[in-house]
Design a protein around this ligand. Structure first.
Ligand SMILES: CC(C)(COP(=O)(O)OP(=O)(O)OC[C@H]1O[C@@H](n2cnc3c(N)ncnc32)[C@H](O)[C@@H]1OP(=O)(O)O)[C@@H](O)C(=O)NCCC(=O)NCCS
Length: 192
């Protein structure tokens, strides 16, 4: 747990990361039934009440253990995806990052840009100097996101995580350290 921090807005060109709101719940309900998201993110959200609870957990940063953002286009704040820094551990100085993008919004660099933004922000304001990213070896798109967001491949974790298909997959583990990659130019953070 780290010192409580309120949700913030982050912006980089066409992408805005914003706090979650209750109004996002219907889109979350639909997105979390997408077969790729069911497989690789595996959140079980059966109905609108569960979707509202899902959104509210991500809007509440009071425990200090996560920093979760809705991905939107800067031009309009409709929900396009999710990016979350979780398992924030100020003692070890590390955290994990996870994400998904709604099917209709994929292939435009949203995830890579969102992950980059969150990492730059986190290294500037949180007591972490290492962020880990893991994905199933079969999830090539997620590997491209890691690469484009400045992560370094560290290795293969054998049979390390049970995904939405009920099977334990080998994963690739990546990390980004404070000081890796570019500067924080272009990141604007404001209090919600
Ligand atoms: C993985 C995911 C978040 C990527 O989102 P996105 O906004 O489309 O990602 P980006 O546009 O930033 O980049 C995607 C990259 O993957 C590539 N890609 C997309 N589908 C691919 C596939 N099936 N195989 C290989 N590469 C693929 C794209 O070409 C692009 O690479 P490029 O930079 O060389 O052009 C999105 O596909 C998704 O939500 N998938 C389902 C859930 C998921 O996998 N979550 C991550 C769990 S670790």
């Amino acid at each position: 747990m780290t010192a409580a921090l309120g949700p913030v807005w982050l912006r980089s060109g066409p992408v805005t990361l914003r706090p979650w709101t209750d109004a996002d719940a219907p889109v979350v309900l639909a997105a979390l039934h997408d077969p790729e998201i069911v497989l690789w993110n595996g959140s079980a959200v059966p109905d609108i009440a569960a979707a509202e609870a899902w959104v509210r957990r991500r809007a509440d940063w009071s425990e200090g253990d996560h920093a979760s953002f809705a991905i939107s286009a800067t031009a309009g704040l409709a929900l396009l995806g999710s990016v979350s820094l979780h398992e924030i551990d100020p003692v070890q100085g590390d955290a994990e990052i996870g994400y998904w993008v709604a099917a209709q919004a994929r292939g435009h660099g949203l995830a890579a840009r969102a992950v980059t933004l969150v990492c730059r922000w986190a290294f500037a304001v949180l007591p972490v100097d290492r962020i880990e990213l893991a994905h199933a070896v079969e999830n090539a798109a997620s590997g491209r996101v890691a690469e484009r967001a400045g992560f370094t491949l560290e290795g293969r974790l054998r049979r390390s995580y049970r995904y939405g298909d009920g099977v334990k997959h080998d994963e690739l583990l990546w990390s980004r350290l404070r000081g890796d990659g570019g500067s924080s130019t272009g990141v604007c953070g404001t209090r919600a």
